[in-house]
Design a protein around this ligand. Structure first.
Ligand code: GLU
Length: 505
């Protein structure tokens, strides 16, 4: 058989915000498509109208735009295999449902929810399958006339897949190997509902994978139980030759390592589980997103790429493009991947280190401006150069750096008690005069002059520096004192010192 062009798809249902696990699934599909020179299709699986949430589709598209994951075709991207929204493909599915009915591989069933409920009460572990279907009201147990009359009367029905027992079903999974189950454990799944004239997930998913020429189905582990049914459907249609290969990705686990990661874990521990902030249109609830929390898209990608796979090297920092040739779907782990959100924060910190001061300053400038500070981008960049190594998020810079831009409005009590001695006011007055007298206020000149003065007077270096810090910063934090004073300049340095002496003495 000729090699087929690799085609994969990401096929979310627009039922709300895109969960971070879905982002990882899309990322792995993207890496796989790129490394094989194939296509990535974006399909919207919206056949369950009860679960449709307005805005979800747009949200998903915006998420991938932010992350830099590009699709080759699909909803909003166009392509030759459209429409890519399942709700726009009703007629296609009807045709294929009819095909299964005509071939005797599916049948019509009239059982009402009440009748099914009654059966469940009557038979323990009831399953609608070969062992029970003849006791039910369907086109196998009824005459053709009865069936036609019910349909003509407008009775609602479903179409069920007729699963033959005794068959070993093999799922060829790139991560899990040959997954084998017996068809007996499967029930006669509903494929279509006359009530809304729509197929169920299973039928639409298979028909579309076939028509869209999908070669590999890469998706979350939660879909593994559906895979045998999907294999049987491919066979029932006679499409074995183009059956996609499967890869069911490991589950994302709670940070503690046990149980499936949920939104509640994020709320409990304070990390986002969605790429972008999400405003639930029904409840009005707002959920945090990685973007709004100050993560770089590169950091999120890097973090997610390593949840279930790694290149087997010491190195951890990889761009999306660098991941493409390295990614290996067959090396994904079968075991769940612990969602270590601290590692996500670590990655963001590493990206701050990696980015230039100019890049960070361009972002930080908005915070500075929002605090009513009128300054130049050059000065902001200087501060960023001194301080960016200390933060994991740009938003952490302002609380750490505000003293560079505004004089302390008060002096931290604890620091004052510890650092401001009886002779501090006198020493600071001497230091202020010394600094005032310097013609050259460069870091080097200051450092030399101050050290000479300390030595000549027999002062303790530590005491001087601590008191000085309190006058300029208002508390005990910040970089080296000469970095601060050189940045502030002579006038501002001396002004802050004299004011502190006034207040603290
Ligand atoms: N619509 C399914 C979902 O929401 C797609 C599952 C699959 O990829 O087959 O994840």
């Amino acid at each position: 058989m000729a090699e087929r062009r690799v085609r994969v798809r990401f096929a979310p249902s627009p039922t709300g915000a895109l969960h971070i696990g879905g982002v990882r699934t899309a990322l792995y599909n993207y890496l796989f498509a790129r490394q094989h020179g194939g296509d990535l299709v974006f399909r919207i699986e919206d056949t369950d109208s009860n679960r449709f949430v307005p805005g979800a589709e747009e949200y998903i598209i915006e998420s991938f735009k932010w992350l830099g994951i590009k699709f080759d075709e699909g909803v909003s991207f166009g392509g030759e295999h459209g429409p890519y929204r399942q709700s726009e493909r009703r007629d296609i599915y009807k045709k294929y449902v009819q095909q299964l009915l005509d071939a005797g591989k599916a049948y019509i069933a009239f059982d009402t929810p009440e009748e099914l409920e009654a059966k469940r009460a009557e038979i323990q572990n009831f399953q609608y399958d070969a062992s029970t279907r003849m006791q039910m009201r369907n086109s196998l147990s009824m005459t053709k006339e009865e069936v036609d009359t019910l349909i003509a009367d407008g009775q609602q029905y479903v179409v069920r897949f007729k699963i033959e027992p005794g068959e070993a079903v093999h799922v060829d999974d790139l991560i899990r190997g040959d997954v084998r189950i017996m068809s007996d454990i499967l029930d006669d799944k509903v494929l279509y509902k006359s009530a809304d004239e729509l197929p169920t997930y299973h039928l639409a998913n298979i028909v579309d994978d076939h028509l869209m020429e999908i070669t590999h189905v890469i998706r979350g582990e939660e879909w593994l139980p559906s895979a045998p049914l999907h294999v049987l459907l491919y066979k029932a249609f006679g499409w074995e030759d183009t059956m996609p290969r499967f890869a069911h990705l490991p589950l994302l686990l709670k940070p503690e390592g046990k149980g499936k990661l949920s939104k509640r874990d994020g709320d409990r521990l304070g990390f986002p589980v969605f790429p972008l902030e999400w405003h639930d249109p029904k409840t009005g609830e707002v959920s945090s997103g990685y973007r709004e929390s100050g993560y770089f898209p590169e950091a999120v990608i890097n973090f997610l790429a390593f949840l279930g796979w790694n290149p087997g090297t010491e190195r951890e920092m990889y761009s999306l493009d660098e991941l493409v040739p390295l990614f290996d779907i067959s090396k994904c782990s079968k075991a769940g991947a612990r969602f270590d959100y601290q590692k996500g924060i670590w990655f963001n910190h590493e990206y701050i280190l990696q980015k230039s001061a100019d890049e960070i300053a361009a972002i930080f400038a908005a915070d500075v401006k929002a605090h009513g500070i009128d300054t130049t981008i050059e000065r902001i960049t200087k501060v960023v150069e001194m301080m960016k190594d200390r933060v994991s998020f740009v938003s952490e810079l302002w609380p750490l750096c505000s003293f560079f831009f505004e004089a302390p409005a008060s002096y931290d009590e604890k620091t004052r008690k510890k650092r401001w001695k009886d002779d501090s006011a006198q020493a600071m007055e001497e230091l202020a005069s010394l600094l005032e007298g310097l013609d050259d206020f460069s870091l080097e000149t200051q450092e030399k002059a101050v050290h000479e003065w300390i030595e000549a007077k027999g002062y303790k270096l530590g005491n001087i520096m601590n008191a000085w810090r309190l006058t300029l910063v208002g508390e005990g934090k910040g970089p080296g004192m000469f970095d601060i004073s050189a940045f502030l300049g002579k006038e501002e340095t001396v002004r802050r010192m004299r004011k502190a002496i006034e207040v603290l003495k």
